[in-house]
Design a protein around this ligand. Sequence first.
Ligand code: CU
Length: 113
Amino acid sequence: MKSITVAALTGFALAFSAPGLAADDHAGHGAMHAASPASTAMADGLIKAVNKAAGKVTISHGPLTNLGMGAMTMEFRVKNAAWLEQIKAGDKIRFVADDVNGVFTVVQFEKAK
Ligand SMILES: [Cu+2]
């Protein structure tokens, strides 16, 4: 089930990354892992704090190319509050974030080693 979801996301990235990359070509192509749609979709993150009451997680993240964001530490909502039970400060994850109604939200994640 999980691998199916990842495959679907990768397919989504493949379908939409080409025009996006062309439009953003001037904005720092070197920062991206060029020609790798999978790494464009999944960013590296280090969990700094989990706030279950607020349904939010603070992540020190690598570049989020789909959001035009460089590496930084910031708070995200999570799509599924149950995910907050699966992560804790110090965990490394790979994740996809998106702008959901103006709120940066983790929409997919997996534990990283
Ligand atoms: Cu950020």
